[in-house]
Design a protein around this ligand. Structure first.
Ligand code: ZN
Length: 387
């Protein structure tokens, strides 16, 4: 017996030596807050739980930045980090929060929609826990999240996830994916409560336009596109054609499938008046056959394996030595969001949402993403938010 302990005790000690430092890194990541400086256009900051009290006190709750124009008009909701491992959406949303000024109408922006997923990671894929963007005042640090909410916040997973209310059977992991839990319900799983609160925001505020910003693999056909259901497809098509003509980048239109439930571009349009749009920019980091999942790959999108696959015509987007840098992905999202709002304004002048101060694709390519972030140290204390 004593001999058994003689072997076991050092092994337990070794196990603890490995577990504690790794656990501390994950603990620090989960508790690291992102600093957001509310720009000149932000008139108030709410919480998603203001629209769904069942979220209060949970990690599902998140900040909602409201930018109101002097003149009344329409309303738009912009969501990012539905999938928290697609940072181009988060960065585009932050550029709006820190720089946009709304002349007419109201803009609601939820930069970290799946807040729990933004505090999760994917250790099996070797995800970096953080990434940094260079600015004129130093580097701005971000949490790198995962596609799904953390099991610490929603657990156990069901064997099969039964979508509410359609009862379509979906993969168990999609119960933690906020792009499968729309339209949600107030007393359901935490992620169903998150999407339900956003539906309530859109119904109560009479939101006209809802834009959900993502990134997608270069080997996945639904990439570099705007996904739109029937009610949004005319505006999506005009936006895609206009950015191509004016700014020279491609983003094709994909019709939202009617039989596949739980997605924002389907359920928002069916359960609220709003016209939904989902934006996808190519993010090589998410493709399976790449080198290590480094911060560099996340930022510059350069990978030798994808380059070889591109020569064999296996990718759905053009790909060369220049990769798919962050500036390109974020710039596309800024321009497409602005163009969707402009196209909506042309058709509905009374419900227009007029936004100034946001850079276009060309501006972000020229100046970089970090150029549009403000130094929290120099900002007024009341304008600095942690989420
Ligand atoms: Zn996504």
């Amino acid at each position: 017996m004593r001999m058994m302990w003689g072997i076991k005790a050092p092994l337990v000690l070794l196990w603890l030596c490995l577990l504690i430092p790794a656990g501390l890194d994950l603990y620090r990541h989960r508790h690291f807050d992102l600093t957001i400086v509310a720009g000149p256009g932000v008139t108030r900051v709410e919480r998603l739980s203001d629209y769904g009290p069942h979220l209060k006190g949970t990690v599902g709750d998140t900040l909602v930045f409201v930018l109101e124009g002097k003149e009344k008009g329409g309303k738009a909701l912009v969501m990012a980090n539905t999938h928290a491992n697609e940072p181009e959406g988060l960065l585009a949303a932050l550029i709006f929060i820190e720089n946009a000024v709304v002349e007419k109408g109201t803009l609601f922006i939820i930069p970290q929609f799946n807040h729990s997923a933004s505090r999760n990671t994917k250790p099996g894929d070797g995800y970096p826990l953080y990434f940094q963007v260079r600015t004129e005042w130093g580097k701005k640090k971000f949490r790198m999240g995962n596609r799904d909410a953390s099991p610490l916040d929603q657990w156990p997973d069901p064997d099969v996830y039964i979508h509410y209310p359609d009862r379509q059977l979906l993969s168990f992991i999609d119960a933690r994916n906020t792009n499968r839990t729309w339209p949600g319900r107030p007393n359901g799983l935490l992620m169903e409560r998150v999407t339900f609160a956003a539906m309530e925001l859109m119904r109560r505020e009479k939101v006209d336009i809802a834009i959900d910003i993502h990134g997608a693999e270069t080997m996945f056909p639904v990439t570099n596109c705007i996904v739109a259901p029937e009610k949004s497809i005319r505006i999506a098509t005009m936006a895609a054609l206009t950015v191509k003509a004016k700014e020279g980048f491609d983003s094709h239109v994909e019709p939202s499938p009617t039989g596949f439930r739980g997605l924002s571009h389907r359920e928002i349009g069916d359960y609220a008046e709003a016209m939904p749009f989902l934006l996808e920019a190519p993010i090589p980091f998410l493709d399976q056959p790449t080198g290590p999942k480094t911060e560099k790959l996340l930022l510059d999108g350069k990978d030798p394996f994808l380059l070889r696959l591109s020569r064999k015509k296996k990718l759905f987007v053009p790909y060369d030595e220049s990769g798919w840098p962050l500036e390109k992905r974020v710039g596309q999202h800024c321009s497409l969001t602005l163009e969707i709002l402009r196209q909506h304004a042309r058709r509905n002048p009374d419900r227009a949402i007029v936004v100034l101060g946001v850079p276009s694709y060309g501006d972000v390519l020229k100046n970089g993403v970090g150029h549009y972030f403000h130094d929290p140290e120099r900002a007024e204390r009341s304008r600095v938010h942690m989420n």
